[in-house]
Design a protein around this ligand. Structure first.
Ligand SMILES: [Mg+2]
Length: 360
């Protein structure tokens, strides 16, 4: 089998109540000479530059390659200055490589008639979901939808107002009950001193983890915080590839690692990150955006990784493209779990009419 065509697909849909006026995805479609097509997503948020990297820089290098040769293809792109020179193995270029890796896995699954998590070796058929960044006023609604775990954070305003945090977390704990998992995202907004104080509040309410308490690359502060609190720390959504994630796992004192599959280098890198984490007793709790292709990629990883514990589910983002893009949308079931798709590859099918409708 040979790769015949590689092209980026930019999608855009208006959204309300988000920090940008539109929600954008950059997908990548890889077509083979045997008629099998793989799909991947390049980054949680789609930027035109990523689409240009795919179309102008990566596509010409992939035509004629065997899609089963993922490691060789990765090495070829990783070592080529035409692909990785501008951002230096980070950012838009690794987002593009992530989508390529996911699409190649999708092709491999379709060619073998198996979902990706079965090719990797399956660990589970469903994963516990957590409701992420929902509206604190809508906890009852999330509970009624089946969630048993909830993540909130201080997304707006001056960071680190302890009275406000205490009030918010107390209210959330009361609303979700003692049994539910309460996760807190710091969005990298605190320095070490402030993070220690926030962690004290979170200890009081038995938080499940404290995510990105400090800057994502400040492993010294992360490790210092880990030594001073009983709340487990989580991070990893801003680390590119296993090289950066391994540093975080080995130096940052975290107990949960959170690669974003569409940013970190794709399914292959996410599985390597899971393996390094496993070697240190760290659990895999991937970051996941709201795009259905992102969710499907995350599900195939947690379906395989033995140390996966949660699937992130963006609870508040509501816009038509999210729900219309797949012929069969992925859902959280009434017990708060998400089934791992069992169809070949990613186990999803895009609706071509919807792709055309939202193409930018
Ligand atoms: Mg986060």
């Amino acid at each position: 089998m040979k790769i015949k065509e590689v092209k980026a697909i930019g999608l855009e849909c208006p959204i309300e109540g988000w920090f940008l006026p539109t929600r954008t995805y950059v997908l990548v479609e890889i077509t083979t000479d045997e008629g099998i097509t793989g799909i991947g997503q390049c980054g949680t948020v789609g930027h035109p530059e990523i689409a240009r990297i795919i179309d102008k820089r990566i596509a010409p290098l992939l035509v004629g390659e065997d899609p089963f040769d993922r490691p060789r293809i990765w090495a070829k792109l990783w070592d080529d200055p035409r692909v990785v020179l501008s951002w230096g193995h980070k950012g838009a270029e690794v987002y593009a490589l992530s989508g390529i890796d996911i699409a190649l896995w999708d092709i491999e699954g379709k060619a073998c008639g198996q979902p990706i998590h079965k090719l990797l070796g399956a660990s589970r058929s469903k994963i516990r979901a957590y409701s992420s960044h929902g509206d604190p006023e809508k906890v009852e609604e999330y509970k009624s939808r089946g969630f048993t775990a909830y993540k909130f954070g201080e997304w707006h305003g001056e960071p680190g107002n302890l009275t406000q945090i205490d009030r918010m977390v107390a209210k959330l704990r009361r609303a979700i009950g003692d049994e539910a998992a309460l996760l807190f995202d710091g969005f990298q907004r605190y320095d070490l001193a402030k993070a220690v104080k926030v962690a004290r509040v979170l200890e009081e309410y038995d938080a499940f983890f404290f995510e990105e308490p400090v800057l994502s690359y400040d492993f010294d502060s992360m490790a210092a915080l880990a030594a001073r609190t009983t709340v487990p720390l989580a991070a990893g959504e801003h680390q590119f590839t296993v090289r950066e994630a391994a540093d975080l796992i080995l130096k940052g004192g975290i107990q949960y690692v959170q690669p974003e599959i569409t940013n970190c280098g794709g399914i292959t890198e996410a599985m390597k990150i899971a393996a390094v984490a496993e070697s240190r007793g760290v659990k895999l709790c991937p970051h996941c955006g709201d795009s259905p292709v992102d969710v499907a990629s995350m599900l195939q990883v947690v379906g395989a990784a033995p140390n996966a514990i949660f699937g992130e589910w963006q609870a508040a983002l509501d816009y038509p493209m999210r729900w219309e893009l797949l012929k069969e949308p992925i859902k959280v079931s009434s017990d708060g779990f998400i089934e791992i798709p069992t169809g070949p590859g990613l186990g999803i099918e895009l609706d071509p009419k919807v792709v055309e409708k939202y193409r930018w």
